[in-house]
Design a protein around this ligand. Structure first.
Ligand code: SF4
Length: 342
Protein backbone atom coordinates (compact mmCIF):
# COMPACT_ATOMS: atom_id res chain seq x y z
CA UNK A 1 0.00 0.00 0.00
CA UNK A 2 1.77 3.15 -1.10
CA UNK A 3 0.92 6.76 -0.34
CA UNK A 4 0.93 8.98 -3.37
CA UNK A 5 0.62 12.66 -4.09
CA UNK A 6 1.00 15.11 -6.93
CA UNK A 7 3.00 18.30 -7.38
CA UNK A 8 1.06 21.50 -7.90
CA UNK A 9 3.77 23.81 -9.22
CA UNK A 10 4.27 24.15 -12.98
CA UNK A 11 6.88 21.71 -14.25
CA UNK A 12 8.73 24.63 -15.87
CA UNK A 13 9.66 25.60 -12.31
CA UNK A 14 12.17 22.76 -12.04
CA UNK A 15 13.66 23.90 -8.73
CA UNK A 16 10.24 24.40 -7.18
CA UNK A 17 9.06 20.99 -8.42
CA UNK A 18 12.16 19.23 -7.07
CA UNK A 19 11.77 20.99 -3.70
CA UNK A 20 8.13 19.99 -3.48
CA UNK A 21 8.90 16.37 -4.36
CA UNK A 22 11.60 16.31 -1.66
CA UNK A 23 9.18 17.74 0.89
CA UNK A 24 6.61 15.13 -0.09
CA UNK A 25 9.18 12.36 0.23
CA UNK A 26 10.25 13.57 3.67
CA UNK A 27 6.60 13.65 4.74
CA UNK A 28 6.17 10.02 3.68
CA UNK A 29 5.01 10.06 0.06
CA UNK A 30 6.13 6.97 -1.84
CA UNK A 31 5.27 8.05 -5.38
CA UNK A 32 4.75 11.53 -6.74
CA UNK A 33 2.88 12.38 -9.94
CA UNK A 34 3.77 15.35 -12.10
CA UNK A 35 1.54 16.81 -14.81
CA UNK A 36 3.05 17.12 -18.31
CA UNK A 37 1.09 19.65 -20.28
CA UNK A 38 2.99 19.64 -23.57
CA UNK A 39 6.02 18.18 -25.29
CA UNK A 40 8.35 20.86 -23.95
CA UNK A 41 7.49 19.57 -20.47
CA UNK A 42 9.72 16.58 -21.24
CA UNK A 43 12.93 18.63 -21.05
CA UNK A 44 11.99 19.81 -17.58
CA UNK A 45 10.98 16.29 -16.60
CA UNK A 46 14.42 14.96 -17.53
CA UNK A 47 16.10 17.45 -15.18
CA UNK A 48 13.66 16.59 -12.40
CA UNK A 49 14.13 12.85 -12.96
CA UNK A 50 17.89 13.25 -12.71
CA UNK A 51 17.63 15.17 -9.43
CA UNK A 52 15.04 13.07 -7.61
CA UNK A 53 15.59 9.62 -6.18
CA UNK A 54 12.04 8.40 -5.74
CA UNK A 55 9.31 6.88 -7.93
CA UNK A 56 7.67 9.40 -10.22
CA UNK A 57 4.51 9.14 -12.28
CA UNK A 58 3.70 11.22 -15.36
CA UNK A 59 0.20 12.56 -15.86
CA UNK A 60 -0.48 12.83 -19.59
CA UNK A 61 -3.64 13.67 -21.47
CA UNK A 62 -4.25 12.70 -25.09
CA UNK A 63 -0.70 13.06 -26.50
CA UNK A 64 1.03 9.71 -27.04
CA UNK A 65 4.37 11.37 -27.82
CA UNK A 66 4.49 12.94 -24.36
CA UNK A 67 3.69 9.58 -22.77
CA UNK A 68 6.47 7.85 -24.72
CA UNK A 69 8.92 10.67 -23.96
CA UNK A 70 8.13 10.42 -20.25
CA UNK A 71 8.67 6.67 -20.28
CA UNK A 72 11.99 7.10 -22.05
CA UNK A 73 12.95 9.80 -19.55
CA UNK A 74 12.78 7.23 -16.76
CA UNK A 75 9.34 7.76 -15.30
CA UNK A 76 8.05 4.88 -13.15
CA UNK A 77 4.39 5.01 -14.11
CA UNK A 78 2.37 6.86 -16.69
CA UNK A 79 -1.21 7.94 -16.35
CA UNK A 80 -2.91 8.11 -19.72
CA UNK A 81 -6.25 6.83 -20.96
CA UNK A 82 -5.69 4.79 -24.12
CA UNK A 83 -9.17 5.59 -25.39
CA UNK A 84 -8.16 9.26 -25.56
CA UNK A 85 -4.87 8.82 -27.40
CA UNK A 86 -6.21 8.49 -30.91
CA UNK A 87 -5.73 5.68 -33.42
CA UNK A 88 -4.54 2.15 -32.73
CA UNK A 89 -1.03 2.81 -34.00
CA UNK A 90 -0.49 5.47 -31.32
CA UNK A 91 -1.76 3.14 -28.62
CA UNK A 92 0.61 0.43 -29.84
CA UNK A 93 3.55 2.84 -29.66
CA UNK A 94 2.76 3.72 -26.06
CA UNK A 95 2.26 0.08 -25.13
CA UNK A 96 5.56 -0.87 -26.79
CA UNK A 97 7.46 1.82 -24.87
CA UNK A 98 5.77 0.90 -21.57
CA UNK A 99 6.51 -2.80 -22.12
CA UNK A 100 10.15 -2.20 -23.02
CA UNK A 101 10.69 -0.10 -19.88
CA UNK A 102 8.41 -2.17 -17.60
CA UNK A 103 6.32 0.91 -16.83
CA UNK A 104 2.72 0.38 -15.67
CA UNK A 105 -0.04 2.39 -17.28
CA UNK A 106 -2.62 3.93 -14.99
CA UNK A 107 -6.07 4.49 -16.36
CA UNK A 108 -7.92 7.27 -14.58
CA UNK A 109 -11.68 7.79 -14.78
CA UNK A 110 -13.19 10.74 -12.95
CA UNK A 111 -16.86 11.45 -12.38
CA UNK A 112 -16.46 15.03 -13.57
CA UNK A 113 -14.89 14.09 -16.90
CA UNK A 114 -17.02 11.06 -17.77
CA UNK A 115 -18.09 11.21 -21.42
CA UNK A 116 -21.79 11.99 -20.88
CA UNK A 117 -22.61 11.53 -24.58
CA UNK A 118 -21.75 7.86 -24.14
CA UNK A 119 -22.76 7.56 -20.48
CA UNK A 120 -25.71 9.86 -19.77
CA UNK A 121 -26.03 8.57 -16.21
CA UNK A 122 -23.21 9.18 -13.75
CA UNK A 123 -23.20 6.12 -11.53
CA UNK A 124 -20.94 3.28 -10.44
CA UNK A 125 -21.84 1.18 -13.49
CA UNK A 126 -21.02 3.91 -16.00
CA UNK A 127 -17.72 4.78 -14.31
CA UNK A 128 -16.67 1.14 -14.31
CA UNK A 129 -17.83 0.66 -17.91
CA UNK A 130 -15.75 3.66 -18.95
CA UNK A 131 -12.68 2.33 -17.12
CA UNK A 132 -13.17 -1.10 -18.70
CA UNK A 133 -13.25 0.43 -22.19
CA UNK A 134 -9.74 1.74 -21.61
CA UNK A 135 -8.65 -1.50 -19.98
CA UNK A 136 -9.78 -3.54 -22.98
CA UNK A 137 -7.78 -1.39 -25.37
CA UNK A 138 -4.63 -2.25 -23.43
CA UNK A 139 -5.60 -5.90 -23.09
CA UNK A 140 -6.22 -6.07 -26.83
CA UNK A 141 -2.62 -4.95 -27.21
CA UNK A 142 -1.46 -7.70 -24.82
CA UNK A 143 -0.62 -5.17 -22.13
CA UNK A 144 -1.66 -6.11 -18.62
CA UNK A 145 0.54 -4.02 -16.31
CA UNK A 146 -2.45 -1.83 -15.58
CA UNK A 147 -3.51 0.27 -12.59
CA UNK A 148 -6.96 1.83 -12.51
CA UNK A 149 -8.35 4.77 -10.59
CA UNK A 150 -12.03 5.62 -10.47
CA UNK A 151 -12.71 8.79 -8.55
CA UNK A 152 -15.62 11.09 -7.91
CA UNK A 153 -16.20 13.89 -5.46
CA UNK A 154 -19.12 11.98 -3.94
CA UNK A 155 -18.16 9.48 -1.24
CA UNK A 156 -20.86 6.90 -1.91
CA UNK A 157 -20.34 6.97 -5.68
CA UNK A 158 -16.59 6.56 -5.30
CA UNK A 159 -16.98 3.64 -2.90
CA UNK A 160 -19.61 1.88 -5.00
CA UNK A 161 -17.66 2.30 -8.24
CA UNK A 162 -14.42 0.99 -6.75
CA UNK A 163 -16.17 -1.97 -5.13
CA UNK A 164 -17.77 -2.79 -8.47
CA UNK A 165 -14.49 -2.51 -10.35
CA UNK A 166 -12.74 -4.74 -7.80
CA UNK A 167 -15.43 -7.36 -8.41
CA UNK A 168 -15.12 -6.94 -12.19
CA UNK A 169 -11.43 -6.95 -13.04
CA UNK A 170 -8.20 -8.14 -11.39
CA UNK A 171 -6.17 -4.94 -11.72
CA UNK A 172 -4.77 -2.91 -8.81
CA UNK A 173 -6.78 0.13 -7.80
CA UNK A 174 -5.41 3.54 -6.94
CA UNK A 175 -8.10 4.97 -4.68
CA UNK A 176 -9.05 8.46 -3.61
CA UNK A 177 -11.76 11.03 -3.59
CA UNK A 178 -11.30 13.70 -6.22
CA UNK A 179 -12.02 17.38 -5.67
CA UNK A 180 -12.24 16.56 -1.98
CA UNK A 181 -11.81 20.16 -0.90
CA UNK A 182 -9.69 21.30 1.98
CA UNK A 183 -9.33 21.20 5.73
CA UNK A 184 -11.61 19.18 8.00
CA UNK A 185 -14.19 18.51 5.30
CA UNK A 186 -11.55 16.98 3.01
CA UNK A 187 -10.18 14.86 5.83
CA UNK A 188 -13.60 13.51 6.82
CA UNK A 189 -14.83 12.85 3.29
CA UNK A 190 -11.56 11.25 2.18
CA UNK A 191 -11.44 9.10 5.32
CA UNK A 192 -15.01 7.93 4.81
CA UNK A 193 -14.35 6.95 1.19
CA UNK A 194 -10.92 5.41 1.53
CA UNK A 195 -11.59 3.91 4.94
CA UNK A 196 -14.66 2.08 3.62
CA UNK A 197 -12.75 0.71 0.66
CA UNK A 198 -9.63 -0.27 2.57
CA UNK A 199 -11.66 -2.08 5.22
CA UNK A 200 -13.23 -4.04 2.35
CA UNK A 201 -9.75 -4.92 1.12
CA UNK A 202 -10.16 -2.68 -1.93
CA UNK A 203 -7.30 -0.36 -2.88
CA UNK A 204 -3.58 -0.77 -3.53
CA UNK A 205 -2.35 2.82 -3.51
CA UNK A 206 -3.99 5.92 -2.08
CA UNK A 207 -4.02 9.64 -2.54
CA UNK A 208 -5.80 12.28 -0.52
CA UNK A 209 -6.61 15.12 -2.90
CA UNK A 210 -6.48 18.29 -0.83
CA UNK A 211 -6.60 21.86 -2.06
CA UNK A 212 -3.42 23.61 -0.96
CA UNK A 213 0.04 22.32 -0.08
CA UNK A 214 0.13 18.64 -1.15
CA UNK A 215 2.47 17.86 1.75
CA UNK A 216 -0.57 18.09 4.01
CA UNK A 217 -2.15 15.22 2.10
CA UNK A 218 0.48 12.80 3.31
CA UNK A 219 -0.29 12.99 7.04
CA UNK A 220 -3.98 12.42 6.29
CA UNK A 221 -3.22 9.43 4.07
CA UNK A 222 -0.95 7.90 6.70
CA UNK A 223 -3.55 8.42 9.39
CA UNK A 224 -6.17 6.68 7.25
CA UNK A 225 -3.83 3.71 6.79
CA UNK A 226 -3.17 3.62 10.52
CA UNK A 227 -6.87 3.83 11.34
CA UNK A 228 -7.69 0.79 9.19
CA UNK A 229 -4.72 -1.16 10.52
CA UNK A 230 -2.59 -1.16 7.37
CA UNK A 231 0.22 0.84 9.00
CA UNK A 232 1.37 0.87 12.61
CA UNK A 233 1.36 4.31 14.22
CA UNK A 234 4.57 4.60 16.26
CA UNK A 235 2.57 6.21 19.06
CA UNK A 236 -1.20 6.02 19.29
CA UNK A 237 -2.78 7.96 22.14
CA UNK A 238 -6.33 6.99 22.92
CA UNK A 239 -8.10 9.43 25.17
CA UNK A 240 -11.63 9.54 26.53
CA UNK A 241 -13.88 12.52 25.78
CA UNK A 242 -14.11 13.24 29.55
CA UNK A 243 -17.44 13.57 31.31
CA UNK A 244 -18.87 14.60 34.65
CA UNK A 245 -16.64 12.05 36.41
CA UNK A 246 -13.48 13.92 35.37
CA UNK A 247 -11.96 15.98 38.19
CA UNK A 248 -12.18 19.65 37.13
CA UNK A 249 -8.52 20.18 38.04
CA UNK A 250 -7.41 17.88 35.19
CA UNK A 251 -6.74 19.35 31.74
CA UNK A 252 -6.93 16.01 29.96
CA UNK A 253 -6.42 17.42 26.46
CA UNK A 254 -3.14 19.08 27.43
CA UNK A 255 -1.97 15.94 29.20
CA UNK A 256 -2.80 13.78 26.17
CA UNK A 257 -0.84 16.09 23.89
CA UNK A 258 2.11 16.14 26.28
CA UNK A 259 2.07 12.34 26.41
CA UNK A 260 2.20 12.06 22.62
CA UNK A 261 5.00 14.63 22.34
CA UNK A 262 7.06 12.96 25.07
CA UNK A 263 6.67 9.44 23.70
CA UNK A 264 7.54 10.57 20.19
CA UNK A 265 10.54 12.47 21.53
CA UNK A 266 11.87 9.49 23.48
CA UNK A 267 10.84 6.54 21.35
CA UNK A 268 9.63 7.85 17.99
CA UNK A 269 12.77 7.11 15.98
CA UNK A 270 13.24 3.69 17.55
CA UNK A 271 9.61 2.74 16.93
CA UNK A 272 9.68 3.98 13.35
CA UNK A 273 12.87 2.01 12.65
CA UNK A 274 11.47 -1.18 14.15
CA UNK A 275 8.00 -0.80 12.67
CA UNK A 276 6.54 -1.30 16.13
CA UNK A 277 3.78 0.75 17.67
CA UNK A 278 2.75 1.55 21.20
CA UNK A 279 -0.79 2.34 22.34
CA UNK A 280 -1.25 4.44 25.46
CA UNK A 281 -4.41 5.69 27.10
CA UNK A 282 -5.15 9.00 28.77
CA UNK A 283 -8.45 8.63 30.61
CA UNK A 284 -10.53 11.00 32.66
CA UNK A 285 -11.39 8.83 35.65
CA UNK A 286 -10.19 5.83 37.61
CA UNK A 287 -13.65 4.29 37.74
CA UNK A 288 -14.02 3.39 34.09
CA UNK A 289 -10.76 4.56 32.53
CA UNK A 290 -8.51 1.50 32.95
CA UNK A 291 -11.34 -0.83 31.92
CA UNK A 292 -12.26 1.23 28.88
CA UNK A 293 -8.57 1.32 27.89
CA UNK A 294 -7.91 -2.37 28.50
CA UNK A 295 -6.37 -2.79 25.03
CA UNK A 296 -3.76 -0.09 25.61
CA UNK A 297 -0.19 -1.03 26.52
CA UNK A 298 -0.17 1.50 29.33
CA UNK A 299 -2.09 4.52 30.48
CA UNK A 300 -3.03 7.06 33.06
CA UNK A 301 -6.44 7.77 34.52
CA UNK A 302 -7.54 10.85 36.43
CA UNK A 303 -8.37 10.69 40.15
CA UNK A 304 -9.32 13.32 42.70
CA UNK A 305 -7.22 16.20 43.93
CA UNK A 306 -4.56 16.23 41.24
CA UNK A 307 -3.78 12.52 41.48
CA UNK A 308 -3.72 10.00 38.64
CA UNK A 309 -3.62 6.23 38.43
CA UNK A 310 -0.88 4.64 36.34
CA UNK A 311 -1.68 1.34 34.70
CA UNK A 312 0.22 -0.99 32.38
CA UNK A 313 -0.58 -4.22 30.58
CA UNK A 314 -4.13 -4.02 31.92
CA UNK A 315 -3.11 -3.80 35.61
CA UNK A 316 -3.11 -0.91 38.05
CA UNK A 317 0.48 0.02 38.88
CA UNK A 318 0.49 2.97 41.29
CA UNK A 319 -0.90 6.39 42.09
CA UNK A 320 1.06 9.44 41.04
CA UNK A 321 0.57 13.20 40.98
CA UNK A 322 -0.75 14.66 37.75
CA UNK A 323 2.50 16.63 37.45
CA UNK A 324 4.62 13.50 37.20
CA UNK A 325 2.11 11.50 35.13
CA UNK A 326 3.64 12.13 31.69
CA UNK A 327 7.16 11.15 32.76
CA UNK A 328 5.93 8.12 34.71
CA UNK A 329 3.90 6.89 31.76
CA UNK A 330 6.90 7.30 29.44
CA UNK A 331 9.05 5.29 31.88
CA UNK A 332 6.40 2.58 31.91
CA UNK A 333 6.45 2.50 28.09
CA UNK A 334 10.24 2.24 28.24
CA UNK A 335 9.92 -0.88 30.40
CA UNK A 336 7.37 -2.33 27.97
CA UNK A 337 9.65 -1.71 25.00
CA UNK A 338 12.48 -3.21 27.09
CA UNK A 339 15.35 -2.13 24.89
CA UNK A 340 16.71 0.83 23.02
CA UNK A 341 15.12 3.57 25.13
CA UNK A 342 16.63 5.97 27.62
S1 SF4 B 1 -13.13 7.25 31.24
FE1 SF4 B 1 -14.25 8.11 32.95
S2 SF4 B 1 -14.12 10.32 32.61
FE2 SF4 B 1 -13.61 9.37 30.68
S3 SF4 B 1 -15.55 9.30 29.59
FE3 SF4 B 1 -15.27 7.31 30.59
S4 SF4 B 1 -16.39 7.54 32.53
FE4 SF4 B 1 -16.07 9.63 31.74
Amino acid sequence: MSVQSMTNVPIEDVRGTIDQIERLREAGAELVRVALRNESSLDFLKNIRAAVDMPLSADVHFNHRIAIGAIEAGIDKVRINPGNIGDDAKVREVVRAASEHSVPIRIGVNGGSLDRSRYPELNAESLVASAMEHVRILEDNSFFDIVVSIKASDVRLTVEANRLFAATAPYPLHIGLTEAGYGLSCVVHSSAAMGSLLLDGVGDTIRVSMTGDPVEEIAVARNILEAVGLRAAPVRVIACPTCGRTDPSLDLLSIAREVEDELLRRFGDMLARSGRGVVVAVMGCEVNGPGEAAHADAGIAGGRGGRMLLFARGRKTRRISADEAVGALADEVCRILEEGCE
